[in-house]
Design a protein around this ligand. Structure first.
Ligand SMILES: NC(=O)c1ccc[n+]([C@@H]2O[C@H](COP(=O)([O-])OP(=O)(O)OC[C@H]3O[C@@H](n4cnc5c(N)ncnc54)[C@H](O)[C@@H]3O)[C@@H](O)[C@H]2O)c1
Length: 344
């Protein structure tokens, strides 16, 4: 049994990842801040699945190292971050400290612990210098980032590359870059699907800022399966030092307005989709990932197409609104997802 440490396990991806790993029979521990109100982590009773459930601020190097030594994991998946663009404008210092210094502290804690066999650092599609082009970005293209979130994640990515290249790196390490993910139970403010579910659940109109903005739409389980495929490669002694994109195919690059209309249809609501004037804070334009390297070298492929990604997300949210148990809803979608290929 492999012991995984998930940093950021109280967040959206983290709560799904812990459940996915536990369903595969792994031992799992977590290190993060307290969950936000109404978090999937709490609602799906994810703490029950953990060996260690530590609440540690990764900006604190000593506490991060102590926690790493206490957990002594085989694998570390570093998700913990301040992940929101608009919040990064409101509080750039916390964003930089968490995303860069926090990542350094996690890497340093792994080095001090000494027994970690694989380390995966999660960044984002927003690490690429945005040229507003349609073709997907490949892993060897220049990094950049204008808003504090994107720039700090690009910095964390470069920091990890530097750490990998340094003689002090004893642990097979890789970087995973994925884009926008959706799925049941997200409560992060400022994410479209969260706003849609909240509005349609209450039969209220939904307000959009950029209806024509094109975004990639990937189910959280497809993204996490990509991360775990890469971890498996590291554990098999392959692909250390590499970065991989995990993104959906071109059919899943869809306008925000169309997604809102399709979710309204799936939900069966009569609420309207209303367009508000664009806010002042600039948001990055289209950022498409080219996931060809992960497909060729790791054999990874997304399992859910765009229609399934939306319908699984809406089905989860509707069942939840009708009183379904969030843990059972996650478990049944994980089972269905694993049945689409041999379970991990
Ligand atoms: N959700 C997406 O669409 C998306 C897209 C691209 C990349 N990502 C990346 O995936 C990762 C997880 O994102 P998410 O959507 O689950 O975010 P989330 O906000 O739901 O979860 C963030 C997690 O990080 C933890 N955290 C934040 N600051 C911390 C600190 N100082 N010390 C310890 N823990 C801290 C939180 O407690 C929480 O567990 C992030 O690295 C994010 O940049 C997410």
């Amino acid at each position: 049994m492999t012991h995984y440490l998930v940093t950021g396990h109280t967040g959206f991806k983290g709560a799904w990842l812990v459940q996915l790993l536990a369903a595969a029979g792994h031992q799992v521990s977590g290190l993060a801040l307290d969950p936000v109100p109404n978090a999937l982590f709490t609602r799906a009773r994810v703490a029950d699945l953990l060996t260690h459930d530590l609440r540690v601020d990764i900006r604190n190097a000593a506490m991060t190292a102590t926690a790493m030594a206490q957990i002594a994991p085989d694998v570390v998946i570093h998700l913990a971050a301040q992940p929101l663009v608009r919040e990064s404008y409101r509080d750039p210092r916390t964003t930089w400290e968490t995303n860069v210094l926090g990542t350094y502290n996690v890497l340093d804690a792994v080095a001090q612990e000494g027994g970690v066999q694989a380390l995966l650092v999660i960044t984002t599609d927003k690490v690429y210098r945005n040229l507003n082009r349609v073709a997907g970005y490949r892993e060897d293209e220049p990094l950049g980032g204008v808003d504090p979130y994107s720039a700090s994640k690009a910095a964390a990515d470069l920091l990890t590359q530097s750490w990998i290249a340094s003689a002090d790196c004893p642990t097979p390490t890789a970087i995973a870059r994925a884009g926008n993910v959706i799925g049941g139970g997200d409560v992060c403010a400022e994410r479209l699907m969260v706003d849609l579910v909240a509005a349609f659940g209450a039969d209220q109109d939904v307000h959009l800022r950029y209806p024509q903005a094109v975004r990639p739409w990937q189910h959280v389980l497809d993204c996490l399966a990509g991360y775990l495929t890469l971890v498996d490669a590291l554990l098999a002694g392959e692909h250390a030092g590499e970065a991989y994109n995990f993104g959906p195919g071109a059919e899943a690059f869809v306008e925000v307005g169309e997604v809102a209309d399709r979710v309204a249809q799936l939900w069966g609501t009569t609420a309207a989709v209303v367009v508000d004037p664009a806010p002042e804070l600039p948001e990055a334009g289209l950022l498409a990932l080219d996931a060809g390297k992960a497909e060729r070298e790791l054999g990874w492929q997304g399992r859910l197409d765009f229609a399934e990604t939306l319908s699984w997300t809406v089905a989860w949210a509707k069942a939840d609104a009708e009183g379904g148990d969030p843990r059972e809803l996650c478990a049944s979608q994980i089972e269905a997802f694993n049945a689409m290929r041999p379970p991990r």
